[in-house]
Design a protein around this ligand. Structure first.
Ligand SMILES: NC(=O)c1ccc[n+]([C@@H]2O[C@H](COP(=O)([O-])OP(=O)(O)OC[C@H]3O[C@@H](n4cnc5c(N)ncnc54)[C@H](OP(=O)(O)O)[C@@H]3O)[C@@H](O)[C@H]2O)c1
Length: 340
C-alpha cells in the first residue's frame, strides 16, 4: 500500500510527466495533488498535458483534476512530500514558502540549489549531505533538497568512483537532448536537424555543482551543446589523474561502485555500467537499465598519454531530474522516517 501522500508541482512539464510515470510504479509515494499553471486548474490531467514520454500516460493519473497551488489544501489532503518540477523563477518564491509551512520539498529547479544549507544530493555520492536539512530548521520547519543540474549528475556519478586516482583536470563536452530544455525545447523548430553550441548558464552550473558534489577544487572545462535528440545527455570526457590508471582500472572502479545494501528502491545496485569500447552508449537507450533511466552508461574508454577518455550517457529526465528527486526522498525516509 502506498502510504506517503505527495504532490507534484509542474506536473504537466517534461520533468513533471517523468514524475507521473515513475510515481505510478512506485510503492511508497502516492501523488494525490498535481499542479500546472493557473489556467489549467480544474481540468483533467490528460487534457492539460501534452504527453511526451515514450510510454503510455498512466490511466488513473489521466483522470486526476489539476489544482492550483493551495497551501491549506496540501495540509488538508495529508501531503507531506512535494516534488517540484517548477521553472526556477516560480520555484524561488514557492519553495521557501512550502518549507516554512513544514513541507519536505524535493526540487529540480536551480533557484535554491546554491544556498549553503540546501543540499545538492546524489545518494550514491554524498548521502551525508542530507543532514544539512537540520541547518534549514528541520524538524521544526520543513526543508528543500535539490538535484544537480541534469548534465552535472551523470558526470558526477561517473567520476565519483575515480576520485581515488586523484583527479587533476576534467575536460567535458556535452551533447544534450532537447528535452533538457523542457517542453518548449523538445518542440522548438530551430533545433530540428541542428545543434546549438551554447546553452545559457549550463557550463557555469557544471563547474560549480561538480566542485560542490565531488568536494574538489579540480579545474573543470566544459563545452555544452544542444543536439537534436529527444532524451538523454551524452558527454565526452577527458580526465587527467595524479596516479595514471589503465583503462581496466577505470572499468574495475566502475564495477566496484555498488550499492547492494543501501535499500533505496530507485538506487541502482551498479550506478555506472560500462558498455564497451565501440558504439555505445547511445541516447536511444536512455530509458534502459535497472531501474530504467537511473543508471549512467559509459563506453569508449581510452588512454592517451596522461589522460583517460570516455563517453557517458545520463537520462536527463529520470536520473538527471525526477528519478533523482524520488531517490532523494527515499533517502530521507530511510534516514528520518516520515517524521514531518
Ligand atoms: N528538462 C530537464 O531535463 C530538466 C532536468 C533537470 C532539472 N530541470 C528543471 O526542472 C524544472 C522543470 O523543467 P521542465 O523541463 O519540466 O520544464 P517544462 O517542460 O517547461 O515544464 C514546466 C512546468 O511548470 C509549469 N508552470 C509554468 N509556469 C508556471 C506558473 N507560473 N505557475 C505554476 N506552474 C507553472 C508548467 O505548467 P503548464 O503546462 O501549465 O505550462 C509545467 O508543468 C525546471 O526548473 C528545470 O530547470 C529540468
Amino acid at each position: 500500500m502506498k502510504e506517503i501522500k505527495t504532490a507534484v508541482l509542474g506536473a504537466t512539464g517534461l520533468v513533471g510527466q517523468t514524475f507521473i510515470w515513475l510515481l505510478s510504479r512506485h510503492k511508497w509515494f502516492d501523488p494525490v495533488m498535481l499542479t500546472a499553471s493557473a489556467s489549467k486548474a480544474g481540468i483533467e490531467y490528460k487534457s492539460g498535458v501534452e504527453w511526451s514520454l515514450p510510454f503510455e500516460l498512466p490511466e488513473e493519473t489521466g483522470k486526476t483534476i489539476l489544482s492550483s497551488l493551495d497551501y491549506s489544501l496540501l495540509s488538508k489532503l495529508g501531503i507531506k512530500i512535494i516534488f517540484s518540477a517548477l521553472p526556477s523563477e516560480i520555484a524561488i518564491s514557492v519553495e521557501p514558502k512550502l518549507r516554512n509551512r513544514g513541507f519536505a520539498v524535493f526540487s529540480n529547479a536551480s533557484a535554491m540549489r546554491y544556498d549553503k544549507d540546501v543540499p545538492i544530493l546524489i545518494p550514491e555520492i554524498n548521502s551525508e549531505k542530507i543532514d544539512l536539512i537540520t541547518d534549514q530548521g528541520y524538524p521544526e520547519r520543513g526543508f528543500i533538497i535539490t538535484n544537480a543540474n541534469c548534465s552535472t549528475t551523470g558526470l558526477a556519478v561517473a567520476l565519483a568512483p575515480l576520485r581515488k586516482f586523484g583527479i587533476n583536470k576534467i575536460f567535458v563536452s556535452t551533447y544534450q537532448a532537447l528535452s533538457g530544455a523542457g517542453f518548449a525545447g523538445l518542440n522548438s523548430p530551430e533545433l530540428r536537424r541542428n545543434a546549438l553550441p551554447w546553452i545559457n548558464g549550463e557550463e557555469e552550473k557544471i563547474t560549480k555543482e561538480l566542485a560542490e558534489i565531488l568536494q574538489t577544487e579540480t579545474q573543470i572545462m566544459p563545452f555544452c551543446v544542444r543536439v537534436d535528440v529527444p532524451y538523454g545527455h551524452l558527454e565526452t570526457v577527458w580526465v587527467e589523474f595524479d596516479i595514471i590508471p589503465e583503462t581496466f582500472d577505470i572499468q574495475q572502479a566502475w564495477n566496484d561502485f555498488t550499492f547492494r545494501d543501501f535499500e533505496l528502491p530507485s538506487l541502482p545496485s551498479n550506478p555506472v555500467k560500462y558498455l564497451g569500447p565501440r558504439v555505445h552508449p547511445q541516447p536511444k537507450m536512455s530509458f534502459e537499465g535497472s531501474p530504467p533511466g537511473m543508471q549512467v552508461f559509459t563506453g569508449r574508454l581510452k588512454k592517451e598519454n596522461n589522460l583517460i577518455g570516455f563517453v557517458l550517457l545520463c537520462n536527463n529526465l529520470v536520473k538527471g531530474a525526477a528519478g533523482g528527486s524520488i531517490e532523494n526522498a527515499e533517502l530521507f525516509i530511510r534516514r528520518y522516517g516520515d517524521n514531518l
